[in-house]
Design a protein around this ligand. Sequence first.
Ligand code: ADP
Length: 389
Amino acid sequence: MTSALLVINAGSSSIKCAIHQAGTLEPLLRGTIDAIGKNARFRAAGSLSDKFAGASPPANGNHEEVTAWLIEAIRQLPGLQVAGAGHRVVHGGLRFDRPVLVTDEIVAALGLLTPLAPGHQPHNLAAIAAVAEHWPGLPQVACFDTAFHRTQPRLAQLFALPRSYADEGILRYGFHGLSYEYVAGVLPEIAGPKADGRVIVAHLGHGASLCAMRGRRSIATTMALTALDGLMMGTRCGNIDPGLILHLIRERGMSVQAVEDLLDYRSGLLGVSGISDDLRALEASEDPAAREALDLFAYRCSREAGSLMAALGGLDGLVFTAGIGENSASMRSAICEGLAWTGLRIDNEQNNGNAARISASNSTVDVFVVPTNEELVIARAVVELLDLG
Ligand code: ADP
């Protein structure tokens, strides 16, 4: 019997899962179910993936049915003793500044945070409920995207609103913390002593944010109370004038739902290009609107990085991670071009090869590409909380 851990990262349109060996944390399976509700399919890699050959989730099943299928399929894998499950939970609010063992009381407390992450939190909690139902007694751990940012100074967390709002928890929380924690952990190997200096990590995926770190701890980030603030994203607008929301409601008579739909699902790369939320599709397009969307994405990134440099008092290192950050040499190049005033220079050959270090030898800032691994961060938390080490 191999002792193992299950990791679940339940998103709005996909569910990612991983199985790690409990002792070495070696990944035995990395799987994704995507196109949930349309024509769901399971793609898997790793030594256990052949056990799933020919297995497919209910094609038109909803989230609940697909999650139940996944849990049952893993539960029935022969030769595997799963000791616990770890979940990515987007919002931990003020209370959860580290991973916790899930109890009914904790599930109820996390449910109260749903209004702050309506597109994500319900899916995360549904996955916890599905494990409880289909695998009774399996210990579960919740790991939070907000937790890494709880080290930020108070000023970085405050909105300029009447103080009673902050007292009630209306604060800049920040997200993508599991990814930032992973990068902070591996940075010394890649960057040497500069890892503990002034570093900006750019997590550029479908969702996107920047995190300013000093001593590998978060001191500021671009996302705030919700995952809508900061950078332009795949379908989210990022930072906009709050007066625009008032304008849309007052002058256009838009409902809250219509505004949410516009800012969350119809903006960003998709909205500006009118073509796609997928960076690859825009890079392949000849349409000037696609070019403009890419230019705006890079411009917003460089500009927000400039703001974080002020919070850091300079910059020693810049790290790119997640789908766009790890793979798009042209987007990295455009963002770095916008920071050339700092003396930052990249080596085009290294950049085009997605090398680990892409800065030129004469650059004032070291620039890195680090593939993120949020699942490993969750697996480590499960080992620690269940004392499996
Ligand atoms: P998620 O937030 O869903 O985890 P990912 O980190 O997988 O997102 O990032 C998705 C984004 O990464 C998409 O915009 C996709 O186009 C982009 N991406 C993935 N691979 C590449 C690639 N080889 N070149 C350019 N962009 C890529």
